[in-house]
Design a protein around this ligand. Structure first.
Ligand code: G6P
Length: 608
């Protein structure tokens, strides 16, 4: 989604801003802009579309010659108002002196806009953000100080925001403010940055200060002072960045998505080494501060791919832990009656840790006094604040918008946590655990085997690309994999893909089947197998292009078949997800899509 970068220091600011924005591109955006402050007047440059367009605007204006050393930049993912130049950030006040960039949504923007218009303020965009710039500018007229103007203006704003603000009369500082949207300060000698995501600062600074909600930082070239919204100084510690800059390098792969798919065996091996030792599951450095004896029911809340990981966890945990497990899309959870209490455990899953729906769901769970566990790939993210216990995914930064390695890391995490609880609460015998671990530990090499056949999957993808739609079917443990396969295919190839429990095919979706509809069946050789094959027969009888993914090809009805190594049914989602990721990837590639940054999508959706 939107991204913020601010810079103050001795170096040419435009380059610094463009560099930081480049590292944020992965979040998904549809326009971009920068503002420079220390010349005759504040200059704002914006462009619709990708950063290359903004770069062209900067070139036309000879910005490399610009001696400015303080500036702010933004990439925007449109919410209020189309992705046009007018709606792109930075937004500037009518007198041209105050300029800002914003992430989040100002909920009461309509009332504020009306009020400001009545006072004679002219609006030029359809954004909610523009009210903030005019509001702060009006306050500046009263206070003559940027800090005081922002503090006073903030009292009128409802919603979520991270702002980076500059004033032409105060060229020695930027103001950073956060409420329900992440913002950090990157600190160096004689230069400081503001950014909405640490990736913007990788390779540029070694230390960062994380702002908390309702905090405001006055960021100068050689100082950072953090205050609360009443103006009281808050002492903050800067923290070392422990991510490497090369994490956002494709390292020879054509796309981040392919690189991230290929990294999966390494990630899983690392997680297994950390948590499986001598036929036992151990916590290692992770803490699970959950009172399991109290837990009578479990609810997972998540969105998108994380929701599918929750669906796998539900099936596996109900088997192992013998406890009712519910899975709710976070956006639904927050608008329904949830019969939860102190005996409930709510588990929030979010790769980014910034997904607004999931965060709101956890806030509500807090009010219901449930225990809360968070599973995230970003231990520095907002969601962590709402957790009683947190487990990191150890998947490394995921750049491609379509989640792959974080999904597999989520699955692996739920397997080891489930096994750990079963072991500690004596829900599975030691023999059962040993035999499960035997299969579990083979997963990385089995994924490597699937990856080694990727060219065969590429060939099948070249056929899928010719169809306007596709259907995924499965049963039991792999139904979530079918949902994930359909999601991946639509996200990056824009082919309309849907997934159904195979038994549901005959209750409606079968009407869609003919020679123009590929059906992709995920087959597990367990008690569901015979029924699944019957469902495949039903599809074949309607001339569907039939693709099977699974163990042995025991039937000849398939037009194409992707073989996966043998494992226990409960672990098969770990293997099956890899061919569906590759199918989506190669189909999108065959269609020449923008794989890492698909249209309209954002890596983390920070609005509800
Ligand atoms: C967005 C992304 C999806 C992702 C979902 C949940 O919609 O495009 O790929 O699965 O958010 O993200 P989270 O970071 O909460 O797992």
């Amino acid at each position: 989604m939107c991204g913020i970068v601010g810079y103050i220091g001795n170096n040419a600011v435009a380059d610094k801003l463009m560099d930081g924005l480049k590292n944020l591109e992965y979040r998904g955006y549809d326009s971009a802009g920068i503002a420079l402050n220390d010349n005759q007047k504040i200059e704002v440059f914006k462009a619709q579309g990708k950063l290359a367009n903004l770069k062209a605007v900067l070139l036309q204006n000879n910005i490399s010659q610009n001696p400015s050393h303080i500036g702010i930049g933004h990439i925007r993912w449109a919410t209020h108002g189309a992705p046009t130049v007018e709606n792109a950030h930075p937004h500037i006040s009518n007198d041209g002196n105050l300029v800002l960039v914003h992430n989040g949504i100002i909920e009461n923007y309509k009332e504020l806009r009306e009020k400001l218009e009545q006072q004679g303020v002219h609006f030029y965009s359809q954004t909610d953000t523009e009210v903030a710039v005019h509001l702060f500018a009006e306050e500046y007229k009263k206070f003559g100080s940027l800090e005081a103007a922002v503090r006073s203006g903030l009292a009128c704003l409802k919603g979520a925001f991270a702002f980076c603000i500059m004033h032409h009369n105060e060229q020695d500082k930027m103001i950073a403010v956060r409420k329900n949207a992440p913002l950090i300060i990157g600190c160096n000698q004689n230069e400081n940055y503001i950014a909405s995501d640490i990736t913007a600062l990788l390779g540029k600074v070694k230390k960062v200060i994380y702002l908390d909600d309702n905090e405001m930082a006055v960021v100068k070239k050689d100082s950072v002072i953090v205050k609360d919204i009443f103006g009281n100084i808050v002492l903050k510690k800067s923290e070392e960045i422990n991510m490497k800059a090369d994490l956002i390098d494709k390292q020879g792969y054509e796309h981040f998505m392919l690189k991230e798919i290929a990294e999966q065996p390494i990630i899983i091996r690392k997680i297994l080494q950390k948590h499986v030792q001598n036929n036992k599951i151990i916590l290692n450095e992770d803490k699970l501060n959950i009172d399991w004896k109290k837990v009578k029911d479990i609810t997972f809340v998540a969105c998108g791919t994380s929701l599918h990981a929750a669906m796998v966890a539900q099936k596996v945990w109900e088997n192992w832990l013998n406890i009712p497990v519910r899975v709710e899309a976070a956006s639904e959870f927050i608008y329904q009656k949830n019969l939860l209490n102190e005996n409930s455990l709510v588990i929030g899953i979010s790769q980014s840790g910034e997904t607004a729906d999931t965060i709101t769901a956890l806030k509500q769970a807090q009010n219901l006094n449930t225990q809360i566990l968070v599973v995230t790939n970003r231990l520095d993210s907002t969601i962590v604040r709402y957790a009683q216990s947190v487990i990191g995914l150890d998947a490394g930064v995921e750049i491609s918008v379509a989640a792959t390695k974080s999904y597999l890391a989520q699955l692996i995490t739920f397997y080891w946590v489930g096994l750990y609880v079963a072991q500690e609460q004596n829900l599975l015998s030691q023999d059962e655990i040993v035999s499960l671990l035997e299969s579990f530990e083979k997963i990385p090499e089995q994924i490597e085997e699937i990856l080694s056949h990727k060219s065969q999957i590429e060939e099948i993808a070249k056929q899928i690309k010719n169809y306007p739609s596709a259907i995924f079917i499965s049963r039991a443990f792999n139904l979530p994999t079918a949902y994930e396969g359909a999601l991946k295919l639509k996200e990056i190839s824009y082919i309309n893909a849907n997934a159904y429990p195979a038994g549901e095919l005959k209750h409606g979706p079968i009407a869609l089947l003919d020679e123009n509809m590929p059906v992709i069946a995920l087959l597990e050789q367990d008690e569901t197998y015979a029924k699944l094959i019957s469902n495949c027969e039903e599809a074949k009888a309607r001339h569907a292009f039939l693709i099977g993914i699974g163990g042995e090809k025991l039937s000849n009805i398939f037009d194409a078949f992707i073989k996966t190594p043998k494992t226990l049914s409960c672990f098969s989602p770990l293997l099956m997800c890899v061919p569906v990721q590759l199918l989506a990837y190669y189909t999108a590639k065959a269609l020449n899509r923008e794989i890492d940054q698909p249209r309209n999508l954002a890596k983390s959706v920070t609005v509800e």
